[in-house]
Every structure is written in structure tokens, then in C-alpha cells.
Design a binder for this molecule. Structure first.
Ligand SMILES: Cc1cc2nc3c(=O)[nH]c(=O)nc-3n(C[C@H](O)[C@H](O)[C@H](O)COP(=O)(O)O)c2cc1C
Length: 349
């Protein structure tokens, strides 16, 4: 199946495994790449040195192209961009719109730039600045997300820009890929579906917690870091939603102290990170601190397997999933089903 996406990055299938913090490491990314999709390493939750090692390990596991996701507002984003260029990583993916000079630098070095966006006007902006493609994530998607569903956001973005658009938010099977292509997208990007595969390093008990959800099992909360964040509905999240300012400030500081210990970040740097995530929003101090230590809460859930104490980012699609395929099985079945549908639709006329 050849699309503008497969041509642009040189992958076999128009399927992207997105850069999910604490989830998208070398094992998942290389399995996706070996199966013919585009795997993206999540670097927002890695130190610079960990990212360097992750790129090397991924390269040792696969000769196929892969990408790195980074936060354009991270303090060391310029160094990470240099690393991506030096290591000749094929794709730079951004959780937030990168600045024009960052895009230009990557462009000059031959790195394909694919920011994730949540509104047509953001797509227009990054397209004007030279981004090669965009991932558009609808409200049903996991992690930070907007309020507009993929079915409406996707056509609005497709109408706004001429660069390839990759559809994300709620995809999991061949019907979704065929539908996205019918809209005019160049492929699909999936987070939650790839989190629930054999090669994902998320602890088994946590995967089971996702698999047992129904379609109402997620909630969008701003209580984690002040920005709308789609996560599994857990006791912790219910508690955060109910708790007053004082209790969340205490929790924020406790978590921040643990995160600081783990990452070696100074308090000053942490506050700076938190402020950078503020995005001009009117956040309380506890929210700023929470923003800075959200990675810690996600780590407790996704790495340590603490479904009680951690935050588990998840798309609504978790409610429809009940298996843990390998990446190869997943990608093959999606392509096969999408091809069958497209063939069948040819006879409909
Ligand atoms: C556990 C988890 C962690 C995520 N972390 C990131 C991240 O670090 N950077 C990013 O750009 N998007 C992140 N996302 C969003 C995904 O990249 C993707 O856009 C989203 O999962 C697509 O929706 P879906 O879950 O319905 O497939 C995360 C999503 C999940 C489920």
C-alpha cells in the first residue's frame, strides 16, 4: 500500500506507532519498524543520555527507518535536535509545534519533520514553516488531547493544508485505515493499540487493566497537569478530580521530589519545565508543579505497574481492545483488512 507517507519516510505500510512516554522504547519501535511501519521513540521521558542509548539500541535491532518524538519546549531540545541530525534519524516528531528555525535546521539536514497537532490552524502554521507532514490527533486519542473527534478534526485539517496528514485518535484496525485513506489521509498513527502489543514493555498487569475497560473507561482530566489529558479512569484520577487545591499541592510536591531524585533535575529546572508546559494557561502553582512531574505519575503506572498510584494515559479505543498481538500480526492484519475493504468498495459503485 503506497501513500504519501510511505513515500516520504520509506516505510512499507502507512502505519505509525506514536512516541508514547515510558512506552515507546527500542523494543516496540524496532518491532514496528521490522513489521514495515514507522516506529517513533518517545524521548520526552528520557534523559539526553538515555535517548542517545535508545537510538543506538534501536539501530542495532533494525535497519529500517524510525523516528524520535521530542518536546520542542524542552530545555535541551536544541541538543536533542543536533543528536537526531548527527545520528541521521529519519523522522523528528513533535508533541508541540516546533519553532521555524528548528524545522529549518532539521529540513536542511534531511530529517523528515512531523509535528502532532490538534487544530487546523496549527497544521497551517507548521506547514508554512516547512513541516513535511502532520499527525492530527482527535479527542478520542490517549494522552494530551483536544475536544474535537477525529471524524471532524481530520477533514478540517485535510482541507487546510497540502502536506500529508496522518490520522490519529481511535484507530486500531483495517476499517480505520481504509476510512482514514477515504478521508484523504496518508496513513494512521496509533498509540494505545501499540501499547497493547506483545513487544510493549508495559507490565502485563497494567496491560490487563487497559484490556478490561469498556468504551467509558477513560476520562479527560486537567487535574494531572492542567492540560486536558485522556487517561484510564482510576481511583487516583477520581481522587485528583475531587481533591481541593491544598491536597493536590501536597501531592504535587511529593511527586516532584521523587521525580527530581530520579532525573537529577534541579527544582529551578523543574519549575521552568512546568512553566514551559503552561502554554499561557491560567494554572495554579500546584498545577505547574504537577505539569513538571506528570512524567513521574505516568512512570509509576506504565513502568512500575502501580495501577493504584500511577496515571495511565489511554485512548477511548482501549474499550474495544481485547488482545495483545505482536506488532507484525497487528500491522499485517490491519493492512489485509484495509485492502479487502478497499477492493470491496470498488464493486459498490
Ligand atoms: C501512554 C501514552 C503516552 C503518550 N505519550 C506521548 C508523548 O510523550 N508525546 C506525544 O507526542 N504523544 C504522546 N501520546 C499521544 C500518542 O502519541 C497518540 O497521539 C495517541 O495515543 C493517539 O491516539 P490513540 O491512543 O487513540 O491511538 C501518548 C499516548 C499514550 C496512550
Amino acid at each position: 500500500m503506497r501513500t504519501a507517507l510511505t513515500e516520504l519516510v520509506g516505510v512499507k505500510h502507512p502505519i505509525v506507532q506514536t512516541g508514547m512516554g515510558w512506552v515507546a522504547g527500542p523494543r516496540l519501535v524496532s518491532a514496528t519498524a521490522e513489521a514495515g511501519g514507522l516506529g517513533i521513540l518517545a524521548s520526552a521521558t528520557m534523559t539526553y543520555t538515555e535517548l542517545e542509548a535508545a537510538i543506538k539500541e534501536t539501530r542495532a535491532r533494525t535497519a529500517n527507518p524510525f523516528g524520535v518524538n521530542l518536546r520542542a519546549d524542552a530545555q535541551d531540545a536544541p541538543e536533542r535536535v543536533d543528536l537526531i541530525i548527527r545520528e541521521q534519524v529519519k523522522v523528528a516528531s513533535f508533541a508541540l509545534a516546533p519553532k521555524p528555525d528548528m524545522i529549518a535546521k532539521l529540513n536542511d539536514a534531511g530529517v523528515v519533520v512531523i509535528p502532532s497537532i490538534g487544530a487546523a490552524r496549527h497544521a497551517e502554521k507548521v506547514a508554512k514553516w516547512g513541516a513535511h507532514a502532520v499527525i492530527v490527533q482527535g479527542g478520542e486519542g490517549g494522552g494530551h488531547t483536544g475536544g474535537v473527534a477525529t471524524t471532524l478534526l481530520l477533514p478540517s485539517v485535510l482541507d487546510a493544508v497540502d502536506i500529508p496528514v496522518i490520522a490519529a485518535g481511535g484507530f486500531f484496525d483495517g476499517r480505520g485505515l481504509a476510512a482514514a485513506l477515504a478521508y484523504g489521509a496518508a496513513g494512521i498513527a496509533m498509540g494505545t493499540r501499540f501499547l497493547l502489543t506483545q513487544e510493549s514493555t508495559v507490565p502485563d498487569a497494567v496491560k490487563q487493566a487497559y484490556l478490561h475497560r469498556d468504551l467509558n473507561g477513560t476520562v479527560v482530566t486537567t487535574r494531572v497537569d492542567g492540560l486536558p489529558h485522556r487517561v484510564l479512569r482510576t481511583d487516583l484520577v477520581d481522587h485528583l478530580e475531587r481533591s481541593g487545591r491544598l491536597s493536590s499541592l501536597t501531592r504535587a510536591i511529593t511527586n516532584a521530589a521523587k521525580f527530581r531524585q530520579q532525573t537529577g533535575l534541579s527544582w529551578r529546572d523543574m519549575i521552568k519545565e512546568g512553566l514551559a508546559m503552561k502554554h499561557g494557561k491560567d494554572l495554579t502553582w500546584s498545577q505547574v508543579i504537577m505539569a513538571a512531574n506528570t512524567p513521574m505519575l505516568l512512570r509509576a503506572g506504565l513502568v512500575e505497574g502501580r495501577t493504584d498510584a500511577g496515571v495511565l494515559a489511554s485512548g477511548q479505543v482501549a474499550g474495544l481492545l481485547d488482545d495483545l498481538p505482536t506488532c507484525a500480526e497487528l500491522i499485517e492484519s490491519i493492512i489485509e483488512e484495509a485492502e479487502e475493504i478497499i477492493d470491496r468498495l470498488r464493486d459498490v459503485r
